[in-house]
Design a protein around this ligand. Structure first.
Ligand SMILES: [Mg+2]
Length: 292
């Protein structure tokens, strides 16, 4: 029988994850000898994942949101230990992208109990990794303004409220970028490894997580109504036809200026000091996923 660890954060995702723990454990036990390990925070989560790699476990299941998966992926990338994504956070975009039922961690666990691992690309952003997107612009500002306590209580509603507040004040600062060596500017950019973005949206429909390339979406709108129109077009899958949107396949995007910038990686906000290099990692990640 395969051997795995199950990491869970008792405080993540409005506690839905912790409530589901018993059912998740029962499902995974059908295919794995399992160690169940509560985490005290991101650093502890990373330590436990690194220990699982050192012990050559077959898999580390993470019951949490996209932020938790990113932490665990940073420890597992380049190893033979596979990530088992179990949707237990507020946003579970990665689990959804792999065909798992995002509202039901126990059903996801049942689907993964006998699943095989496949390889996916991993992005690098400075010294950190990402699995989905790194972006700058209004979306990153929104993620920076979401109140984490409120997010735990009301989930996506907190993100929507922060979105409206940020939009009403946003002034569309320019990012200076170097895209595979060529300079350009934009008011928003998304470097993506996946088609799926922010839940139900497909930011770059043709993006694949296993094709050894990243896609870059540049947005050059400068007014609030451009941003609103972009969001509405995105919801309808028509944003790529806009005149203020440009799409490129890229190897490397470097934020070169003009100063410190609010960005987000897989939903986690951070402030970047240029230069910041965003590119494909040479390490890949094994991920357990149901056969598609
Ligand atoms: Mg790709």
């Amino acid at each position: 029988m395969r051997h795995a660890a199950l990491l869970f954060n008792p405080r993540a995702g409005r506690r839905r994850g912790a409530h589901a723990l018993e059912q998740v454990t029962a499902q995974l036990a059908r295919g794995f000898r399992l160690e169940v390990l509560p985490t005290r925070g991101p650093e502890h989560c990373r330590e436990l994942a690194l220990r699982a790699v050192a012990e050559r476990l077959d898999a580390v299941f993470a019951l949490g949101g996209d932020g938790t998966l990113r932490v665990v992926a940073g420890a597992l990338a380049g190893s033979q230990t596979a990530l088992g994504p179990l949707p237990g956070g507020t946003t579970n975009v990665l689990a959804g992208a792999f065909g798992l039922p995002v509202g039901d961690p126990a059903a996801a666990a049942r689907a993964l109990a006998h699943a095989e691992a496949r390889e996916m690309d991993v992005g690098r952003c400075g010294d950190d990794v990402f699995l989905m997107q790194v972006s700058g612009g209004l979306d990153a500002r929104v993620m920076a303004e979401v109140d984490p306590r409120w997010k735990r209580r009301v989930g996506k509603l907190a993100v929507a409220a922060a979105g409206l507040a940020a939009w009403a004040r946003y002034e569309f600062p320019l990012f200076e970028l170097e895209v595979d060596g060529a300079p350009t500017v934009a008011t928003g950019f998304v470097v993506t490894n996946l088609a799926e973005y922010a839940g139900a949206y497909r930011i770059v429909p043709q993006a694949r997580a296993d094709d050894r390339q990243l896609e870059l979406l540049l947005f050059r709108g400068r007014r609030r109504r451009d941003a609103l129109a972009f969001a509405l077009a995105l919801a309808r899958g028509r944003h790529l036809a806009r005149a203020d949107v440009e799409l490129r396949a890229v190897e490397r995007v470097t934020l070169i200026g003009p100063g410190a910038a609010q960005l987000q990686a897989d939903g986690d906000p951070f402030v970047a000091d240029p230069p910041l290099e965003i590119r494909l990692s040479s390490r890949r990640l094994r991920v357990l996923a149901p056969a598609s």
